[in-house]
Design a protein. Sequence first.
Length: 479
Amino acid sequence: GNHDVNNLETFRVLSQPGGLIDVWGERLVTSNLRRTNDGDGDESNGSGETNQSLVPVGSNYRFLRGKQGTVLALGFLYNMGDDAVVTVERVQDVAERSWFRTLLASPRPEEFDAVLVLAHMDAEDELVAFLRSELRALVGEDMVIQFITGHSHIRRYVELDPRSSSFEAGRYLDTVGFVSFDIAKGGFRHVFVDANRVSLAQSLGMSVDEYPTEDGKELTSYIQRTLEHAGANVILGCSPRRYRVDGYLNETDSLLQLFMGEVLPKTFLKTFNRGSGSSSSFGHSENVLMQAQDWFVRYDLFPGVVTVGNVFEVLPEDDTITKLSHSLYGGDIIKIWEAYNKDQMFMDNTTYVVGIATEDPKTPGGQPKYPELENDSKYTLYCLAKDAPGIGQIMSDLGYSAYATEEDVYRGKRTVRDLWVDYIREKWPYDGNDCHGPTDRGPDGSDGGDGGAGGGSGTTATASHGIDGDSTHASVPSG
């Protein structure tokens, strides 16, 4: 995936002796990933072509031979361009390579009965459609073409044509995806299985007590010891309800809304630059923070006990906060917001892509369509460090000055993850007893409505957070 090849140190770890690339060897299928040949001479790596400078990271393709036939497996990463530390060939360029066309077009050097494409891209990405079209032209209308996709972190199944489908099975091991097809008839079946003990045991036709193997028990024990040693089991507080990772800023049970409407105002915006000293000269300006929402939070926060480990699940990638400007009119910030919102639109969401957190949100439980800023009032504008280059460029394009010097970065104090920890400890205190209570309370403990995704009341929660059957998504078997 893209995270494996967008950081040089990460790729070096994967490439070292005994690393992932070494262990998987020719079984690692990377049809459009190339790395530098370290002078070892001729390396065609299954491609039928020799390149003295660039060679496949793994293999260009692989044959899977079984009792019912042979499947040709290909593997593609979406067109990353210069964002990768290896060479990611454009999918369109690979389709023109001689090894690709010779492998697939008749007469073939080796016959096969179906094509499997492992594609790190959305199930309906335009590159999936392109590959299906190119493969169809080479293998004909009757051969099965199965895409197994990813990257967009969703569950999706799409029938591309009567003998081709695209299947994406969730994210972060919240789903075990099963897909099968009939080589002769072309029929497809797929199932999404929740990755928890209850669902997995049911899928195998056994009880939960029968499910654990001795190896599984040993691995579970090892994980528990590791978490305990790392301090991940330290209890921070009791969540009053379930907060969803896929909720938008206008939804009360959304993790993003919890962060922008509660965590940031109470732990940072109302407190930073309010003391005495040089930093307090701009203290009269209200603090606001602009943030892109794509994949900022990564896992649901469940009702009940919240541990340090749960905070890491919600926010695996930490960040710091950067000051962009200490004196911007609200109307100007809205113009920057509109431009950044347009720039950041992704997938099917076209409304709440970029949010602005204020010190005193005027719309409890949801963000309005436009930020709650006064056009003629001045504000101090902050953002996450990861967003600073993009927002800074937009400010420059619009004629506003932005700065993000080392002194302005909120370093050496608290990170964003620290803000979550502080909020949970202060607002959701743990008294040492089991967490009981309705799951429909709002972030401040008040009655919040219908309970959102958590549902129900009288929940007794533990720190298991989904392992025993309450996972992020419900199972959706279909066929």
